[in-house]
Design a protein. Sequence first.
Length: 147
Amino acid sequence: MGVRFRLARVLRLRTQLREQAEDELARVRAELAALRAQVADARAARLATRAAEEEAAAGAVLTGAQLAEYRGYEAAIDAREVALERKSAETATAVGTARDALLTRRREERQLERLAERTETAAAADEAHRMDTLLDELALRARRERR
């Protein structure tokens, strides 16, 4: 008969909380990766706009309105890139927070796992001691009966 670990429910709860923290970290990391990809896309769009402006300026006469249009589009891309970089920095901070939460959850879960292992070891030692005591008593009884 095994010994029931009294904190088994708590251990299951800690495991669920750790799994939630892992899921949250994965979600935030995916969000950060998506934001970084959007920043890269914005940079590529800005470079493409600049190349198109230079091509238009080299090929023909570029009017002020056309130049303003190119520069306005480039400014909009720059503003979007800045906003994405700000959001990316905030998300990177959230990744750090989620990682810390995961480490804390894992530490708490590991403490309970070690406690469960100690409980099992103590129960096994107690059972072995009881068996030894029982065998000793049986041996003594058998010796008395022979006399």
